[in-house]
Ligand binder design. Sequence first.
Ligand SMILES: Cc1cc2nc3c(=O)[nH]c(=O)nc-3n(C[C@H](O)[C@H](O)[C@H](O)COP(=O)(O)OP(=O)(O)OC[C@H]3O[C@@H](n4cnc5c(N)ncnc54)[C@H](O)[C@@H]3O)c2cc1C
Length: 385
Amino acid sequence: MPKFLLTRVDALARLAQFTPLAGTAYATRRNFVRADGDHADVSRLSAALRRRVVGEDEVVRAVLAAHPQDRAEKFIAEVFWRTYWKGWLEARPGVWVQTQDQAAQQQANPAIARTAAAAIAGRTGIAAFDHWARELAETGYLHNWARMQVASIWTFTLGLPWQLGASWTYDRLIDADPASNTLSWRWVAGLHTAGKAYLADGDRIAAMTGQHLRAEGLASEAHIPQDTPLPPRIALREPAALDPAKPTLVLITPEDCSLETVLPALNIRAAATVRDLAHSTADRIAQADALTRAAAHWRCPALECSDDLSTLACAYGCTQIVTGFAPTGPVASVLARIAPALATQGITLIEHQREWDRLAWPHCTTGFFQLKSRIPGLLRQHGIA
Ligand SMILES: Cc1cc2nc3c(=O)[nH]c(=O)nc-3n(C[C@H](O)[C@H](O)[C@H](O)COP(=O)(O)OP(=O)(O)OC[C@H]3O[C@@H](n4cnc5c(N)ncnc54)[C@H](O)[C@@H]3O)c2cc1C
């Protein structure tokens, strides 16, 4: 299995290696799934992009330097799917909370839990599904097209709740992302685009895997699960402005692991990570790499903090903590909890939002095509195309 791209050196090396394939080759081959686990036709950059070890703008810029825009269109659109899901969930954060609550309730049902456990262990008797369940367990990665088949078979053939499936893959994927994971499962289940589900098909699975994987006895109809009413849409959060003069502690979280490439000039005294903000070993590797880079870039101490950020900030005379914007997910929940406590100590916690998100998220309120039609304009605004 190829190694995961959790350090910036590795991610940039993979980007350089993959860039020549991001044009026509990607458009024609990206949906073929190699059963041997060699996913050379796709970038495998998701673990890095999810944590912003590299930024979407950097990836798209590199690809457009190598290909005319019309040839790279497919790849660029896929990168914008990540943006779309993020922006969509940002306006409906309740969907993330609701999905987690529902998965916990489903897991407490012994019959559901038993069937789910057999599926997760790769014991359904559906060869392709079992193969991918094992691949996920062993590697933490699945090709996008395989993820679609897995989610579809789980929901429509095995009759398991999609929320529990989303919880399974979120716990196992190295690129686990609240928005892309939760909303892709909803999309497969037919809940994102009302009435339009994704139904896996055995012949197509055989064809797309070069006849290596079989899936017999699949559901021939998608019985779309009943949806709970969506929590109300809220206004997008607008982070407060940074104060360039204030003594600042830079907080690195798994939500933005290349802050040194995007932050404006600040009075930085130290850079830190907080152990509890890492959800997985992969997060910890990416955070540690980002911390080392940040300390070298700003020539400041690199601090690994167990939890008490205010003590750390005070020790370095910092009255401002700057971190990457945390979209809906575990890091955002922690930041929302600690910000008021920091404020009582005279320390402001500011999330720095990337231009990429600020410009795109307002166009993520309905379907993907609302955003897609704006991609050329957005790229011009970034000076990329
Ligand atoms: C059920 C299901 C669950 C998923 N869960 C996650 C998840 O937890 N985390 C995650 O990052 N992606 C998730 N995806 C989206 C997608 O499968 C992965 O981003 C992609 O497979 C990563 O491989 P890659 O980097 O080689 O992609 P490439 O094909 O090389 O695409 C380039 C980049 O575009 C983005 N991208 C591509 N396809 C999608 C997509 N369908 N949705 C959103 N972004 C996309 C990713 O950032 C990816 O790195 C999920 C998809 C499905 C169907």
